[in-house]
Write a protein that binds this ligand. Structure first.
Ligand code: HEM
Ligand code: HEM
Length: 218
């Protein structure tokens, strides 16, 4: 039993049994919210219950945080196996090793504070810090980025969709406050793009699982 290979599966398993079902539920509720709002603004009585809005946001908050954690798990595996174990980071470059551990901790803390932040300023600060943490961890040399084929890269799709989730968390209050619906429209556009990226993550993720298994079997 190769422990490095087996632990590679933690991230895909988490994606399949927890994150993707949540994405499906949140997307379903989003269509209900929209349909209900369009029906009620044209004066019609909607058959869709008003609770769909609350459910969309409640599960949306769970989903957004879960995507960030999933992304961190996806980044943690190569960081530990390639960076810390194969490249002996703690003996070769202990400063970088400690820095990376601290960035993991700060990113999780920033996400937790983003959930609790009340003002626009603090939401902006913690959303930026969470995104910066993900980018710093993701730019280390041991992360496989497939930069020459960035348009098929699990890394670039993953980081972009995760940052879009952080943005969604940060702008929830703005969607409710804004009477001109600008934030609502921005939210819809960004999240349709995120859903397309999630589909891309499903496809590129399966490709990567298969590729890793193929090379391990050789
Ligand atoms: C799969 C990703 C998502 C999609 C496709 C999506 C799409 C939508 C759509 C179509 C609406 C209805 C807009 C309208 O009234 O016309 C909406 C509303 C909303 N969404 Fe999302 N959304 C997603 C994720 C999220 C997440 C992660 C959050 C929060 C963290 C969130 C927060 C909200 C809020 C606060 C509203 C307004 C609800 C209301 O008016 O009662 N959404 N979203
Ligand atoms: C929201 C969905 C997802 C996000 C945000 C995400 C994000 C990431 C990130 C940032 C990495 C590290 C960079 C890399 O090695 O490419 C990664 C690695 C990986 N992901 Fe995903 N991923 C998602 C879904 C999936 C799914 C559905 C699968 C497969 C079924 C999958 C399989 C993998 C594999 C095999 C790796 C390599 C892990 C390693 O090298 O140890 N991912 N993911």
């Amino acid at each position: 039993m190769d422990i490095t290979l087996i632990t590679t599966w933690i991230h895909p398993i988490l994606a399949v049994i927890w994150v993707f079902p949540l994405i499906g539920i949140v997307t379903y509720f989003s269509l209900q919210v929209r349909q209900r709002r369009l029906e009620t603004t044209t004066g019609k009585k909607s058959k869709i219950p008003p609770a769909v809005g609350v459910e969309h946001v409640k599960l949306g908050r769970w989903m957004a945080g879960s995507v960030v954690i999933l992304c961190l798990v996806g980044l943690a595996h190569p960081t530990i196996t390639k960076g810390f174990i194969t490249q002996h980071l703690m003996t070769e470059n202990p400063f970088l090793g400690i820095f990376i551990i601290l960035i993991f901790i700060f990113t999780i803390l920033s996400l937790a504070f983003l959930y609790r932040a009340k003002t626009k300023l603090w939401r902006g600060i913690f959303a930026t810090l969470t995104s910066m943490g993900l980018i710093i961890i993701g730019s280390q040399e041991w992360i496989f980025r497939r930069s020459s084929e960035w348009y098929l890269s699990h890394y670039y799709y993953g980081l972009t969709s995760t940052i879009l989730m952080v943005v969604s968390l940060a702008i929830v209050q703005e969607i409710y406050k804004d009477r001109s619906h600008k934030w609502r429209k921005a939210h819809i556009a960004l999240n349709i793009f995120a859903v397309l990226l999630f589909i891309g993550q499903g496809i590129t993720g399966i490709r990567d699982v298969a590729t890793i298994a193929f090379f391990a079997a050789k």
